[in-house]
Write a protein of this length. Sequence first.
Length: 54
Amino acid sequence: MHQQDLPVGNPAHLTTTVERGSFAVARCSCGWSGPARRSRDRARTDARAHAVAS
């Protein structure tokens, strides 16, 4: 499992990406999680979009 912190947007929303096999999932400290993506860049984009929108 690989995690990468993405410090953007609201500090109450700490987002990470978690790798599971060939998929990456964006997650947030608030409980939100994005869809599984084959593209790690797309999962990071999902995480940034969530942090900025929150």
